[in-house]
Design a protein around this ligand. Structure first.
Ligand code: NAD
Length: 504
């Protein structure tokens, strides 16, 4: 069966009508073969305004529904996702080129965040605070915030929406989602899955609780600029974050910015090398290097360099690259030609800076429009040139170090620090890495790679954005507004000493 036909069948099972998949002006291609799989319609500027108005009207009603009842809707969403995990996971693989376990893993993350948010719907706690006034009580209350805008990147086409939406919904907010223009089909599928949950939930879920805007950066900009959207959670490149951040700040709206990751690991003399090798290979080559948490820089102590780097190179030379839908390959395609061109440019720049490149060439297939590459490992004399930037492709730059402090300083010496890891059995090195003077990233791990975060912890937090946060822990607070309430149950109104008003 052709991929286009399979896509149509999957979407039909997921509840998306065939008429939504043809006749539009946005051509959707599968990176697996490069073939066209749909043509969907895009929103206009006026559509964005209408969608936000509808979501705002929904918010005004939804905020009055008790939070545990709101949690029930998210519980049903989790059930629908469980029931459609296979189809949605397969669609992710087709639209993004992830291998089957990664496509399914992404849907599992959606299920996990729904479970988390259901519990959270009974735990949106405020504090009761000791007051300095007698006969008073002081407390804080958390209220729903409003319409939450979600802008997502192509490489996690469904999980990122759910990390935001599950929290926003239990917090009493409505959601307007602008997915990547490269992945509109999985977004339409999520919209249909959500509609099923709403149908089962009943009438107290207002119309307009979720709106999906299919379109490019201009639709994202319209969402960012809209006065009725008090929070935008935007996931994507640092370039996008630099455009979105100031616009939101300009109208005092909140921003959760989850951006690029030029992530690094340190391999110390005492490391369990077998464990480190497996974690490095998975973290650097998984999803063809197209994860925000992909391992991109590696600092290896000179005493173990020759034991680890030749073995890594072997793994790079032997890893199976190919069609992710056939279930044998570990590395699937790049998303498109421009990703391939960027990778080649970075490798050329690395060579010019004295790097020695293993791998990186295009892997030929029967499909001229698909871009498969052998992952590249580049031994660099120092951290210069392309090593300082995130290239969204499977390139791992390896550098030798002699002094731990120097490795730590190099580790922290790039802009986009999202995730980090250290491989060591030395307690002092491990603890220093996690300490205030250690890794400056939002995620810092010991003896586990940079990728594969769990939803229970707050995710992300590039140092440049001051730590945008979504998903677990107390990330929910960004989706609500806090009020401090003081209640006077005394018979007097205490004023500042010496102040009195004549009110008769
Ligand atoms: P991208 O920045 O090209 O696009 C991301 C989204 O932003 C898309 O929906 C796009 O339409 C929108 N957009 C682009 N310019 C915009 C603007 N000016 N205003 C409003 N919206 C705009 O990113 P991509 O290529 O889709 O994804 C890859 C990037 O995303 C990588 O840098 C990766 O590290 C990052 N990423 C980060 C995380 C995280 O949680 N930190 C997760 C996934 C991906």
């Amino acid at each position: 069966m052709s991929i286009a036909k399979e896509t149509g069948e999957l979407l039909s099972k997921l509840g998306v009508s065939g008429s939504a998949l043809s006749g539009g002006d946005l051509v959707v291609r599968s990176p697996v073969t490069g073939e066209e799989i749909a043509r969907v319609g895009q929103v206009s500027g006026a559509d964005v305004g209408k969608a936000i108005d509808a979501a705002h009207a929904a918010f005004l009603k939804w905020r009055l529904v008790p939070a545990p009842r709101r949690g029930e809707l998210v519980r049903l969403l989790g059930e629908e996702l469980r029931a459609h995990k296979e189809e949605l996971g397969r669609l992710v693989s087709i639209e993004v080129g992830k291998i089957p376990s990664e496509g399914l893993g992404e849907v599992q993350e959606m299920i996990d965040i729904c479970d988390f948010a259901v519990g959270l719907s009974r735990q949106l706690y405020g504090l009761t605070i000791a007051t300095e006034r007698s006969g008073h009580r002081m407390m804080e209350t958390w209220h729903p915030l409003g319409v939450v805008g979600v802008i997502s990147a192509f490489n996690f086409p469904v999980a990122v929406w759910s990390w935001n939406a599950a929290l926003a919904l239990v917090c009493g907010d409505s959601v307007v989602w602008k997915p990547s223009e490269k992945t509109p089909l999985t977004a339409l599928a999520c919209e249909a899955i959500f509609a099923r949950a709403v149908k089962r939930f009943g009438d107290d879920a207002p119309e307009g609780l979720l709106k999906v805007l299919i379109g490019g950066a201009d639709a994202g900009e319209a969402l960012v600029d809209h006065a009725k959207v008090p929070l935008v959670s935007a996931t994507g490149s640092t370039r996008m974050g630099r455009a979105v951040g100031p616009r939101l700040a300009g109208r005092f709206a909140r921003a959760i910015l989850e951006l690029g990751g030029n992530n690094a690991g340190i391999v110390c003399p005492s490391a369990d090398l077998d464990m480190a090798l497996r974690a490095i290979a998975f973290g650097a080559m998984g999803t063809a290097g197209q994860r925000c948490t992909t391992l991109r820089r590696l600092f290896v102590h000179e005493s173990v360099y020759d034991q680890i780097v030749p073995r890594l190179k072997k793994a790079y030379e032997s890893v199976s690259v190919g069609n992710p839908l056939e279930g044998k390959a570990l590395v699937g395609p790049l998303i498109d030609k421009s990703a391939f061109d960027n990778m080649q440019k970075a490798l050329e720049a690395a060579k010019a800076a004295g790097g020695s490149v293993t791998g990186g060439a295009r892997v030929e297939t029967d499909h001229a429009g698909a871009y498969y590459v052998r992952p590249a490992i580049v031994e660099m004399p120092s951290q210069t040139g392309p090593v300082l930037e995130e290239t969204f492709a499977p390139i791992l730059y390896v550098m030798k170090y002699a002094d731990f402090d120097d490795a730590l300083a190099q580790h922290n010496a790039v802009g986009a620090g999202l995730s980090s890891s250290i491989f060591t059995r030395d307690l002092q090195e491990a603890e220093r890495f996690l300490s205030a003077e250690g890794s400056d990233c939002g995620i810092a791990n010991v003896n586990i790679g940079t990728s594969g975060a769990e939803i229970g912890g707050a995710f992300g937090g590039e140092k440049e954005t001051g730590g945008g946060r979504e998903s677990g822990s107390d990330a929910w607070k960004a989706y609500m507004r806090r009020a401090t309430n003081t209640i006077n149950y005394s018979k007097a109104l205490p004023l500042a000493q010496g102040v009195s008003f004549d009110i008769d």
